[in-house]
Design a protein. Structure first.
Lengths: 124, 187
């Protein structure tokens, strides 16, 4: 194909189309799925809902000791837990809808939920 | 009319039929090739739509495309199934985009720009139908960006291939892509 076959309109459409694709990626993936609430579920107790609005630290007592939960705007994490292998801490910051941390020794799960749920699964 | 000896409606119909047959052949062959990603395919049959548009005008492009959609769905056994409606929605959306941009071609716009715009319209039209009617799931927009990216790439490739086809002397001999009178009406 000769470069002469390209007109200025092709360049305009190419640029607009690329901008559209980039905008679609940004809009679809970045602001959505933000976690809004942390659900703390412990065996034998009713689940506790904590909004992810400001920085604070919660302490939950369980059969093995104390789990320290750190909450920040839009995310939460298990900062310290009595588990020997630090599985709860290793989950890191929970910030996308459905992210979860579990402390088995304390019979505890932490899960963040958002208003815009992320993927559960995709089928074709 | 383009000014070449096409006013003969029989000859024009035959050309449209031949182009539609080529497009159906391409689409059926393409359906036989497994796609690495579901929902994404090259859409090579759109080359024929572009050639029909630039050579014969947008009415011919509409005819070729609709015959292709119905004809290939008959051969593939998808007539009136969701795949058929998706194909039709994409075809109508891209035809609308092409009708909109047609006055700019060929002076300001070549096949590549037309193909990219049509491919994005095709994907968007299909997506809207899928989202509004077939799978009204709130998270479906999350699959749209990769599909649009694929449309951008395949649209560009389709446009380059269409430009090659239009530059072919065998096509040039039978049909004219440039109007003899720049102020003449195209269709």
């Amino acid at each position: 194909m000769n470069p002469g076959d390209l007109r200025w309109g092709d360049a305009v459409i190419g640029i607009l189309a690329s901008a559209l694709v980039i905008a679609a990626f940004v809009l679809a993936y970045f602001p959505a799925g933000e976690a809004r609430v942390l659900v703390i579920s412990q065996a034998g107790a009713s689940p506790q809902h904590e909004p992810l609005d400001r920085h604070r630290v919660l302490e939950v007592n369980g059969p093995a000791g104390t789990t320290r939960i750190e909450i920040e705007p839009g995310r939460a994490r298990c900062a310290e837990s009595p588990g020997q292998r630090n599985i709860c801490e290793a989950s890191g910051w929970l910030q996308a809808h459905g992210d979860m941390a579990v402390s088995l020794p304390n019979r505890l799960t932490l899960q963040v939920l958002g208003s815009e749920p992320g993927f559960d699964s995709l089928h074709y | 009319m383009t000014g070449n000896p096409l006013p003969d409606p029989v000859r024009r119909d035959r050309t449209i039929a031949a182009l539609a047959a080529i497009a159906i052949g391409i689409q059926v062959l393409e359906a036989a090739i497994p796609s690495p990603v579901p929902g994404i395919k090259p859409g090579l049959a759109n080359i024929v739509t572009l050639v029909a548009l630039l050579v014969l005008g947008w009415r011919a492009a509409v005819a070729v495309t609709l015959i292709r959609v119905v004809g290939s769905s008959l051969l593939l056994g998808t007539l009136l199934s969701p795949a058929f409606w998706l194909s039709l929605a994409g075809a109508l959306a891209s035809l609308a985009m092409l009708a909109l941009l047609r006055p700019l071609a060929p002076r300001h716009l070549g096949p590549v720009g037309l193909a990219i715009a049509a491919a994005l319209a095709h994907t968007s039209g299909q997506f809207l139908l899928a989202w509004v009617i077939i799978i009204p799931h709130p998270n479906l927009p999350l699959v749209l960006p990769p599909l649009l990216l694929a449309a951008l790439i395949t649209g560009g490739l389709t446009g380059i291939l269409a430009a090659h086809v239009l530059a072919d002397p065998r096509i040039q001999r039978h049909v004219r892509t440039r109007k003899p009178d720049p102020k003449g009406n195209t269709d």
